[in-house]
Ligand binder design. Structure first.
Ligand code: ADP
Ligand code: MG
Length: 300
């Protein structure tokens, strides 16, 4: 699979403060790229640099293998739909009227507009004024506006921000559906868990630096989850395995971050010492847990 967006050494400095450091983004074609990091970590600045809304201090942006520069900018930006910050619609107009404004501006067909509205499931609300829309509906209209020109790439900055759980679920479904159609979606969030299951590739930013970039599987493979041993003698078992860092955890013994071989040794040792081992399991890990491991407990 080829990369649709790449950057080399992309950086942004405001005054004497560097807010984005030497980013090498790799966004494969057809993926949902989850761009995660806390508020202030540089997500919006990076997305704006991809869209030429902010001028990079250093580095390069390549879209579909072509370098973004004055001579290529117009053509490349035509392939990208975006939703940055607040949804870009007029509240006193209906959803449909907002769509027609963009249609005229870009010279789009009725079919393109109709398809975009149907994709975000707003067809039943299209004749209502946008100011009566819920936040989720406004976000979906914003995506329809970005989608109508049928771009190959969608860049969405925190589209789940402020949505209720149902709105977040609807947004996740929409992102999946867009990716299924072959649109490459880059979507940011300051909440690790909000889009992590929707995204197939993750880029995790902390203080303007890329802390991890790769698939979910690669991220999870880098962390070793805790092992829990279920036994009727947790105190004795904890003492016998204290060399591995074991601690008692309720009726179980918790051994932090040990691999397969060590787990086998540990269980053999307990059995040798005649401890009744009723069960051994690995703790389910959330993205937050994995990330805490990667950052040495500091988290984001
Ligand atoms: N125009 C600007 N001038 C100065 N500092 C800015 C500007 N835009 C953003 N910043 C700073 O850059 C950092 C990253 O901001 P931003 O890209 O908005 O982060 P995020 O989207 O991850 O919340 C923040 O500390 C922010 O205050
Ligand atoms: Mg932001």
């Amino acid at each position: 699979m080829s990369d649709l967006i790449t950057t080399h050494d992309l950086g942004k400095t405001y005054g004497d403060r560097t807010v984005v450091h030497n980013l090498d983004l790799r966004i494969p074609e057809g993926c949902v790229y989850g761009f995660l990091g806390p508020n202030g970590s540089g997500k919006s600045t990076t997305m704006k640099m991809l869209l030429s809304l902010v001028r990079p201090t250093s580095g390069e942006v390549h879209i579909m293998g072509r370098r973004m520069q004055p001579s290529t900018r117009r053509g490349l930006l035509r392939e990208i739909g975006s939703l940055i910050e607040a949804p870009p619609a007029y509240g006193h107009l209906t959803g449909g009227e907002n769509m027609r404004l963009v249609q005229r501006l870009l010279g789009l067909s009725d079919g393109q507009v109709r398809r975009a509205v149907r994709t975000v499931r707003l067809q039943d609300h299209i004749d209502k004024r946008v100011r009566t829309y819920s936040l989720g509906m406004k976000q979906r209209l914003g995506i329809a506006l970005a989608l109508a020109r049928e771009p190959r790439i969608l860049i969405l900055d925190e589209p789940t921000n402020g949505l209720d759980p149902a709105g977040i679920e609807e947004m996740r479904r929409l992102l999946k559906q867009l990716a299924d159609r072959g649109i490459t979606v880059m979507v940011s969030s300051h909440l690790l868990g909000e889009i992590d299951r929707t995204a197939t590739v993750l880029g995790i930013l902390g203080e303007g630096r890329m802390l991890f970039q790769g698939t979910r599987e690669q991220l999870f493979a880098r962390s070793v989850p805790d092992v829990l041993v279920d036994t009727p003698e947790p105190d004795r078992a904890t003492a016998l395995t204290s060399g591995w860092g074991a601690v008692r955890d309720g009726g179980c013994v918790r051994i932090p971050g040990i691999g397969h071989d060590t787990t086998a040794h540990l269980v053999a040792h307990l059995v040798h010492e005649r401890v009744a081992v009723h069960g051994v399991r690995r703790e389910e890990q959330s993205l937050e847990d994995v990330f805490m491991d990667l950052t040495g407990g500091g988290g984001l």
